[in-house]
Design a protein around this ligand. Structure first.
Ligand code: GUN
Length: 289
């Protein structure tokens, strides 16, 4: 029988911890931590994520600001806004929701963010510090995944961990964190050019699926007793929901779950942990300031 890793529940517990820390800061005469988010255009998934982030801020007593731009905004205007937030002493941390329209360079935008206000942990300075194990803002989804494994006391030391996907925001950084001292996993990253993905994944004690391809991980790829972390959140049409959409994970949950020891659902697994990691990074930024 498998156990569900309940990211929603763990995220709620962490939010309570954060709310307590915010109350402590306020009692000491400090201002509420302030997270700002920049949203360009009206991509459906991005709208949902950002609305959730604003709601999370309210729940823990943070101030939040949402800055919206239309799709045709120039890169220069966006970079100017980032400079403004970098210099605003009231803003502790901020994010620029990705993806951005193709005429804007995501790398240029990320590099323009002050690393000390980089709540998403995407700036090269933070990624470089993470690489060598220095204190830094960790990328929100990898941070959330590691926290889930720790809170469920899932052994990672010496385990074969296969990460599916090599994105800058999930696959690559989570592979670094899991191989670090303390986590001590043996990590393999597989991607679109990997040969024999099925055979490699079938050897995994822990599978982290982060490719954005619904039901990519099927039951025949999963070893009995494996731990499966599903990072996929593809928005697909659905007749089951009011909105007409639902989130689809990278794992064929119905058929894979019975083979697992632990598995994360979608939604309610990694997603809420990503959001809570963002709050945690912002709290660290606020406590420093
Ligand atoms: N797009 C998908 N995930 C994320 C995230 O964690 N942060 C930002 N800024 N954009 C995203």
């Amino acid at each position: 029988m498998y156990s569900i890793i309940d990211g929603k529940k763990v995220a709620s517990e962490i939010k309570l911890e954060i709310a307590k820390e915010v109350a402590g800061l306020r009692a000491a005469g400090k201002k509420a931590p302030h997270l700002a988010a920049i949203l360009v255009g009206n991509n459906g998934s991005s709208e949902t994520y950002v609305a959730s982030k604003v709601k999370d801020c309210e729940e823990v007593g943070f101030k939040s600001t949402l800055v919206r731009f239309t799709n045709d905004i120039t890169e220069e205007i966006l970079l100017n806004k980032i400079a403004e937030l970098n210099n605003d002493p009231d803003v502790d941390g901020f994010i620029v929701q990705l993806p951005l329209p193709s005429h804007i360079s995501e790398n240029k935008v990320i590099e323009a963010i002050d690393p000390m206000k980089d709540s998403d942990g995407f700036h090269p300075v933070n990624l470089g510090k993470m690489m060598i194990g220095l204190p830094c803002f960790l990328p929100a989804t990898p941070f959330g995944i590691v926290e889930l494994l720790k809170r469920y006391k899932i052994e990672t030391s010496g385990k074969n961990c296969v990460v599916i996907g090599r994105s800058n925001i999930v696959g690559r950084p989570v592979s670094i964190l899991l191989s670090q001292k303390g986590m001590d996993a043996t990590v393999t990253v597989v991607h679109s050019r990997t040969k024999n993905i099925k055979d490699i994944v079938a050897n995994a004690d822990i599978i982290i699926a982060a490719i954005g391809s619904p039901s990519f991980v099927t039951a025949d790829m999963v070893k009995a007793g494996a731990v499966v972390i599903d990072v996929g959140t593809t928005r697909v049409l659905s007749s089951e929901t009011k909105s007409g959409f639902k989130l689809a994970g990278d794992v064929d949950f119905v058929n894979v779950a019975p083979k697992c020891s632990y598995i994360t659902p979608v939604p309610g697994g990694v997603g809420p942990m990503t959001r809570v990691s963002l709050l945690r990074n912002t709290l660290i930024a606020a406590a420093r300031g």
